[in-house]
Ligand binder design. Structure first.
Ligand code: PLP
Length: 497
């Protein structure tokens, strides 16, 4: 039977995988989830010898049954090629007694590339299947990394346009420069006077504005999303949890079947949710440690069962995790509520109205496989320095949040002797100022761009291609708007009357 998708806020109606990918978000405001979780056809030991690409095919095909084998293979081959600077695509590295899953060897140096290099191909294939003759307009809100990765993926892809909104004052110098220098005649990059949550709410609002949607339809456009609300992002992310596990087996760190913990630096809950899906598919994962920075709304949620966004938004040096509304948590709630979309609708309504909701004890009990942790800026800094001194390995600020949370987890759970993988989400080259300052205060107030060379010398690594010469590239996008002007900006870009 073919796997279908349904909305977390829906009435049980289902859509095909390609329709879910094209739409991005359900018209009722909910997120698409698979009606059941597929199990891989191969056993772990049969998967041990697979390349990343072959593994991606095995894992993804269960989720995309309306793609032919040839179509899916074609998407995978176009995504995971020499755009990545290592053949392993996502290598598992052992340093200072920890295992790091490096997800930052793609073109934009952050883990978003793992899914956004393939999403445009999935989307084009889906459009062909659905006989869509409209131009697909990708609308994306970014906390820094998604934007650039989506722009790289969709730039000059025929039949698509892409609009990216980022918090004008909420991203690193390197992140911002990566975006505003983007080429491609179908791209638009806009800074907003607000934070990521504002950008994300604005985009969601545009997506569900019925009047706008009908005008779009008339003009021959169709909106879709490159944010992690799109299942076309979630599904490719499941692959690297298998890849990590299999590498740990090959390295002799674990035996096939042994349980492995994972620690994930979390913002919108997309990455860790993919880990949760891998576990539901039967991958022997133990505790999923959800690591937050000082925006610790998820930590509080896992501790108390209360999600409360009514708090001050903190700007940290791990900006891609500066989020108070974690969109993908809705998918976890749906599962924890026993797939009760009425319950999810009620909770999401409360969140919109009051900024807060509380889950039932039953739901809480179903979340026992997660452990929430958070860390301060000072502890993040300390972790970067400690690992560097111990092993010469330099973590980026987001990975350092995960590492720091994991250190505390170990202290608090001395009985848990399972090995753990630290999911490493960005290259230190994306955040050179904060990383180097953590290692040595002498780098104090020097700006990002002046420190790239210093980081290269210190780590004896080559400057990644994605940022070589970045500072000299011409700035092509200068639009800045207020939160309430986002829709107008989109209408102007599309020449809507
Ligand atoms: C996006 C991002 C995160 C957060 O991932 P989510 O899927 O939103 O939880 C963490 N670290 C980096 C570097 C990121 O770009």
């Amino acid at each position: 039977m073919e796997l279908l998708y349904t909305s977390t806020r829906g009435d049980g109606k289902t859509v095909s995988a390609s329709e879910a990918i094209l739409r991005g978000i359900s018209p009722d405001g909910g997120l698409f989830v698979p009606v059941s979780v597929p199990t891989p056809a191969l056993s772990l030991s049969q998967m041990l010898g697979l390349s990343y690409q072959a593994l991606a095919f095995e894992i993804m095909k269960g989720y995309l049954p309306d793609f032919s084998d040839a179509e899916l293979k074609d998407c995978i081959d176009k995504a995971y090629d020499d755009k990545f600077s290592t053949q392993a695509i996502a290598p598992l590295i052992k340093k200072a007694d920890a295992l790091f899953l490096e997800l930052f060897h793609g073109p934009t140096l952050a883990f978003k590339d793992m899914a956004l290099t393939i999403l445009p191909h999935l989307m084009k294939t889906a459009a062909k299947k659905q006989n869509i003759d409209k131009e697909i307009v990708i609308l994306t809100a970014t906390s820094g990394d998604t934007g650039k990765a989506a722009l790289e993926g969709f730039a000059d892809v025929e039949g698509t346009r892409i609009v990216v909104f980022f918090p004008e004052d909420g991203v690193s110098d390197v992140q911002k420069r990566q975006m505003v220098t983007q080429t491609g005649s179908n791209t638009l990059v806009v800074g907003i006077q607000g934070n990521f949550d504002d950008a994300q709410s604005g985009v969601k609002q545009i997506f569900t504005d019925a009047r706008l949607l009908s005008r779009m339809e008339e003009a021959g456009f169709l909106f879709s999303s490159a944010n992690s609300i799109n299942i076309g992002r979630l599904v490719p992310q499941i692959v690297y949890y298998y890849h990590a596990y299999l590498q740990a087996c090959r390295m002799g760190e674990i035996q096939p079947g042994e349980v492995l913990n994972v620690v994930v630096p979390t913002g919108n809950f997309g990455n860790i949710l993919a880990g949760c899906y891998a576990k539901m598919m039967g991958l022997p994962l133990g505790t999923l440690v959800c690591a937050s920075n000082e925006n610790k709304v998820l930590y509080d949620f896992f501790m108390s069962g209360v999600y409360d966004r009514r708090r001050e938004f903190v700007t940290t040096m791990s900006p891609s995790m500066d989020i108070l509304i974690s969109s993908n948590l809705e998918r976890l709630l749906y599962w924890a509520a026993g797939e009760d979309s009425l319950k999810v609708r009620e909770l999401m309504h409360q969140l919109a109205e009051t900024g807060c909701y509380e889950i039932t004890d039953e739901m809480k009990a179903r979340l026992s496989g997660f452990s929430g942790g958070y860390t301060s800026e000072a502890d993040t800094t300390e972790a970067i320095k400690r690992i560097y001194l111990a092993s010469g390995y330099v973590m980026d600020t987001h990975t350092a949040v995960a590492y720091s949370v994991y250190s505390r987890y170990q202290r608090q759970n001395p009985g848990d002797d399972r090995k753990a993988v630290i999911v490493s989400t960005a290259s230190p080259y994306k955040f050179p100022a904060d990383v180097l300052k953590a290692i040595d205060p002498k780098y104090g107030s020097i700006a990002d761009f002046q420190l790239i060379q210093a980081l290269s010398s210190l780590t004896a690594t080559e400057i990644p291609q994605g940022i070589q010469g970045l500072e000299q590239r011409p700035i092509l996008h200068k639009t800045v708007c207020e939160k309430h002007e986002m829709q107008q900006v989109v209408e102007r870009f599309l020449n809507l009357k």
